[in-house]
Design a protein around this ligand. Structure first.
Ligand SMILES: O=C(O)CCC(=O)C(=O)O
Ligand SMILES: [Fe+2]
Length: 409
């Protein structure tokens, strides 16, 4: 995420050694240079904190982690019954929130899910992009267990972890009255992202539980990469399928360091296909995001800038790709970081909003060509598959899309 930044009040986040503290103070941003990125802001440490979830407040320990190594990942969605009978029959209601993205399952207790139900949840998340649950009592340890079932867990190199020891795989989202968003620090578009796409094996079915939140405000939005792919002309689809892009952790790590915070693992950069195929659904999804994708490789820089700018604007501006969720305390979302991007609203200051994320690592992103030669199957356009299922006649060409139509009355 490019505009990493920090507020003055947050300069005294947890720092381990005296030397680190000195270094942090020396690096402390001045009033002119400080910027505030609401996703990555450290928090004021308060003594005698009697807040119910003080043990899950953020800390930035001064520890060093080894680079991540490649791991085998088998997606649990492969084992799911496609009809998802075990999961759906346990729900009071299955509510699709839009045709494109987002489903809420009512009446499920995530602590009670059997393994076949978890497999079906993995498949549902892959198909719908994001799945919501409310009133979930599951503890962070139980949330970690579900996440681990989906894949080996990711430890973030720079974002905060909870104060409670042993929770290094948890990413803390925390904002309170000490962190007033500063519009000079970021634009809304650059806050759209898919989590840590700079990793060689970026995340799959990721969960976030809000434990404290405002009565209104603080919503999160997700945008479907499947829908973005489906929206493009056939020529553009083919063009993008042949491209790769650079994703970088460097701006994020630089931002933390500039704020005097310790980065626990050296930042990495990866090259991923611009269109990836989900290994379970076989559907094609545009895999770039404003947060971490720096450029498309092998094309002139202005072309890369223009194409990325177009795709970023489609992610952020095309409301037909979006679902927006209002959290209550104990709401949980599972999203598939391979096929959606997300952002949050920061309209709730001075209230506190606190959430805990668990992030399974996925496979190395696979291009259309690699998927098709590995599996012998043809990668699909989600929208076309759904129309086929609905018995809708599929347009042979998308020529009609170029005709201007007047919907402006
Ligand atoms: O605060 C939110 O709703 C989302 C934060 C975020 O981007 C994340 O946890 O991955
Ligand atoms: Fe995120």
């Amino acid at each position: 995420m490019a505009p990493v930044a920090i507020s003055e009040e947050s300069g005294n986040a947890t720092i381990g050694s005296a030397a680190e503290l000195k270094k942090a103070q020396a690096n402390k941003p001045t009033e002119e240079t400080q910027l505030f990125n609401p996703f990555f802001s450290p928090t004021v440490e308060t003594e005698n904190d009697d807040y119910q979830y003080a043990k899950y407040k953020p800390q930035f320990p001064v520890v060093e982690w080894e680079p991540l190594t490649d791991i085998e990942v088998t997606d649990r969605g492969h084992f799911a019954d496609p009809s998802k009978t075990a999961l759906f029959s346990a729900a009071q209601k299955v509510k699709h929130l839009t045709p494109t993205i987002g489903t809420e399952l009512v009446g499920i207790d995530l602590r009670q899910l059997t393994n076949p139900q978890k497999d079906e949840l993995a498949l549902l998340v892959a198909e719908r992009g994001v799945v919501f649950f409310r009133d979930q009592e599951l503890s962070i340890h139980e949330q970690l267990d579900v996440g681990r079932y989906f894949g080996p867990l990711h430890k973030h190199a720079s974002t905060p972890i909870p104060r409670e020891p042993g929770l290094e795989e948890v990413h803390v989202v925390y904002n309170d009255a000490a962190q007033r968003p500063d519009a000079s620090g970021f634009s809304k578009i650059e806050l759209w992202h898919s989590d840590v796409t700079y990793e060689v094996q970026p995340p799959s079915a990721t969960s976030l539980k809000v434990i404290t939140g405002p009565e209104y405000g603080g919503d999160t939005l997700w945008s479907s990469g499947y829908a973005l792919y489906s929206s493009l002309s056939p020529g553009m689809q083919v063009y993008l399928e042949g491209l790769t892009a650079l994703h970088s952790a460097v701006p994020q790590a630089d931002g933390y360091r500039a704020a005097g915070l310790h980065v626990r693992r050296e930042p990495v950069e990866s090259v991923h296909p611009v269109v990836r195929v989900h290994p379970v659904t076989g559907w094609k999804s545009v895999y770039v995001n404003p947060g971490f994708t720096l450029r498309i490789l092998g094309v002139p820089k202005p072309e890369s800038d223009t194409i990325l700018n177009f795709l970023f604007h489609q992610i952020a501006d095309n409301v037909d790709f979006h679902v927006r969720f209002h959290w209550e305390p104990n709401s949980v979302a599972f999203w598939d970081n391979r096929v959606v991007t997300h952002t949050a609203t920061f309209d709730f200051w001075p209230h506190t909003r606190h959430a805990l994320r668990v992030t399974p690592r996925g496979e190395k992103p696979e291009s259309v060509e690699d998927y098709e030669s590995r599996t012998g199957k043809v990668a699909k356009d989600r929208q076309i598959e759904i129309w086929k299922e609905q018995g809708v006649e599929i347009p042979q060409s998308k020529k009609g899309l170029s005709r201007a139509r007047g919907y402006n009355d």
